[in-house]
Structure formats: C-alpha cells, structure tokens
Design a binder for this molecule. Structure first.
Ligand code: 9D3
Length: 240
C-alpha cells in the first residue's frame, strides 16, 4: 500500500511518521508514505498556493495550478480530498480504501481547494466527522492511520484487529494489567482465574453491557443485521 499526502504543512506529519506502529510499518516496508509539499509545485516568484475567493466572502482558497501539476504525477492512484463536505469516514470505508494499491490524499486547508480540482481529479471527498477543524492535515493522518492498521503485518497479531469493537459491532470490554491490586482497587477475579472460557464469556458480557448502556445504536444495528450469536443473545437477555 502506498499513500501520498499532499499538504502545505509537511512538518505536521513528522511526529505521526516517526513514532510507534506507523514508524515500524514504514521500516518493515509494509506501507510507503510519501509526504509532498504542494508549494514545491509552484513556479512563480512568490510560490503562491492560495488566493482570495472569487465572489468575495473572506478566507483563502487553494489555487488550481499547483494542484493540477502535482496530481499529474499521481493520476493512477485513488485521489481523496479531506473536506467538511465529504463522506463521513467509517470503518467500512477504511476497509474499502485499504484494498487500493495506491492512494493520494489532498489535505485541505483554509476554506478549501478550487472546485475545478475536485470536479476533474478527486475520486472521493472524506470528512472525519461533524466538527470543525483548522485544516485537513489531521484528517489525512487519521485516514492513513486507520488504513495502515488493516495492512497485513502492521499490527503485531491479527487478534487485536479481529476484536476491534468496530469489527465485531460491539464496544471493547474493560482492560486490566499488573498490579492485581492498586490503592485497594482490585482486578475482577475471573481475569486472574486462568479459566479461558469463563474469561471469554465475561468479556463478551462486558462488551454487550457497555454497548447497551453507551451505544444502544450499535446494538440495534447488530440486531438488525442479525449478527448476534446465540451466546450474545443469551448474555443480552441476562443484562436487560
Ligand atoms: C465556513 C464553513 N466551513 C466549513 C465547515 C469552512 C471550513 C472550516 C474548516 C475547514 C478545515 N477543515 C477541514 O479541512 C476538514 C477536512 S476533513 C474534516 N473533517 C471534519 N472537520 C473538518 O473541519 C475537516 C475548512 C472549511
């Protein structure tokens, strides 16, 4: 998987690329991430990338020329533009994107980019949710992060992927680690018992309980899609 990120602020990406799971995935060459400064594709004296909007209204808009020039190099990849007007990112959309060979993400900034770039070259506009940010750079990192963790080998063991709450439709169960008692606060006995079956049932019940309380909408969806196992139905009845 190769991801190209077109941005005005490449330095915003250094922490994201130089730490933890993404850093290791890059070192293992499981993914390739290419951060490109849009300003390198301006050839005028002032290296102008943005300008005032026609029709007035304040703010700045990214000019078409530099974007058309840089996108010429990535024509064969799937071109994504991060924008508040986009399709809201979901795990299903992430899964679909993770199957692409190469993706190019234009990180929006200011009021956005010239519409002619979107009409002619953008395959998909993506928003990461209904709240307003200062730019599309963090959304570009979020999309890259979510896709990368689905690439085989990026996560230590696939188990951590399979149990993703957005993978099985339920929220995660509570997690504990050493010490078994801290400030008089104990870890649930079952988790220290070594009974794997009991632990599995306890975790499943905790997931359902939490989803029932915090995200009943997810439970509804799982019921509608008839994705409940017999055990899950039994545990849900115990909770209600
Ligand atoms: C005045 C109308 N605003 C649109 C909601 C203007 C505007 C605000 C913030 C931005 C910067 N945000 C993004 O580029 C962005 C890109 S993806 C995304 N997802 C959620 N929220 C976001 O703000 C974004 C761009 C235009």
């Amino acid at each position: 998987m190769k991801i190209n990120i077109l941005t005005l602020f490449p330095d915003m990406f250094s922490g994201f690329l130089n730490e933890s799971i993404i850093k290791r995935a890059l070192e293992k060459e499981l993914i390739k991430i290419n951060v490109i400064n849009i300003r390198d594709f301006t050839f005028d004296k002032h290296k102008q990338v943005d300008d005032t909007p026609f029709g007035g209204g304040g703010g700045m808009v990214l000019k078409p020329e530099p974007l058309f020039r840089v996108l010429e190099k990535f024509k064969k990849s799937k071109i994504i533009y991060t924008s508040p007007q986009g399709k809201t990112l979901t795990q299903n959309l992430v899964k679909d994107l993770s199957k692409e060979k190469e993706i190019t993400i234009i990180a929006g900034h200011y009021e956005g980019i010239d519409e002619r770039v979107i009409e002619e070259l953008v395959d998909l506009e993506i928003s990461i949710g209904d709240y307003v940010l200062t730019g599309g750079e963090l959304p570009a990192m979020i999309i890259t992060d979510a896709i990368s963790r689905l690439i085989p080998g990026v996560l230590g063991n696939t188990a951590s992927y399979e149990n993703d709450s957005f993978y099985n439709g339920l929220l995660d169960y509570p997690h504990y680690t050493r010490p078994a008692e801290y400030n008089g606060l104990k870890v649930p006995e079952v988790l220290l018992s070594g009974h794997h079956k009991n632990i599995e049932i306890w975790r499943k019940k905790e997931s359902i309980k939490r989803t029932y309380i915090r995200r009943p909408d997810l439970l509804e969806k799982k019921l509608e899609n008839k994705e409940f196992s017999k055990l899950e139905i039994k545990l849900l009845d115990e909770i209600k």
